[in-house]
Design a protein around this ligand. Sequence first.
Ligand SMILES: [Zn+2]
Length: 421
Amino acid sequence: MTAVTDRRYSSGMIIRARTVVTADRPPSENGAIAVCGNQIVEAGNFHEIKARYAGQVIDLGEQALLPGLINAHCHLDYTCLRGKIPPQKSFSDWIRAINTEKAQLSAHDYIASINEGFAEAKRFGTTTIANLTAFPKLIPHIHAPIRTWWFAELIDVRAPEGANELVDSALEALDQTENWGLAPHALFTASENLYRRCEEIAHRENILLTTHLAESREEMQMFRDAAGPLYEFLRHIRRPMDDCGNKTPLGVFVRASGDRALPHWIVAHLNELNETDFELLEKSALKFHIVHCPRSRDYFCHSHFPLERLRALGFNICLGTDSLASNDSLSLFDEMRAFQKTFPSAPPQETFRMVTVNPARALRQENELGGIRPGFKADMIAVPCSGSADVFEQIIAFDAPVAWMMVNGSVIASVPGSAGC
Ligand SMILES: [Zn+2]
């Protein structure tokens, strides 16, 4: 690997690699990207770029240059719980187990956990993350090293009468945060009033919302049949259960959200959808964004994620890691491999889009993130690449820390021997 520096120009930079993968066009061999400030100004053949732009040249050699990866669903709060909770007999037992672990953590522990999570996500090539936090008041104490959408996770299961105050307190904590949204946790822990209040704020502030929906069999059993371990657990802690025994989780969500088209919602999981749900999706104009978390699904042994049917209905589907309380790394490469194992016929390029183009669209950043195009933010990573195999297969097989990474035009990880900026 070599690096050449042209010191006459300090504002621009040319990054050359064996292959440049733009995510929406065929990969470009002997490719290069011209970067100015925090933006990509051109992408194409190295010789053409070199002839048109001046500046420092960073030659990444035998590597593929990719858009930085985007994790569409994560809880960095629980990075410190890796390996602490073995798979439980039921989803409600897991909720009890994580609550026991959480009761032992201080604010200091959570800050350390979030920082550790950021470091790991970055190490594995994530340059943007949609992170749910139960502690928005801690955000000012954290320096996020990558682009972050902070979602305040809201739970009012033990005090539904305080939903409005809960939202107001989260808004106050998020006041100085650049990219933020709200996350009523799930239908079984957040009241319909809380969902409605979040909807009102989303319309007023033009923000994104996210939630967990139709994740487990127990959630389906609770709402549809008013029965099962989750139903009994929540009844025991005095959750009002009059919304159970009638609709499926998706049906309740649609009612709680006011039957709108819902493009501001990023919905995690959807493992449990029955025929009534698919009829509802087919007949309605409902279009939210979906995050599938393959390894978290495997950990819980939830039902098979209905990828093909949701894709056929035109949903935008992304991948997320969920938290390390139900996963063992924050690597989206690991997540892509787990996805390919369950869906071996999925084209690798489509899988790659689920951690680049698709989550960028879910975050309303389709014109700035998730690709390598003029005008996009200069968020990129490089992974080793040879000419002997499909580049997308090589990307998904990559299983090591990412040695070169740029976020917002700054090189934040650099292999020895390559020039930084
Ligand atoms: Zn989650």
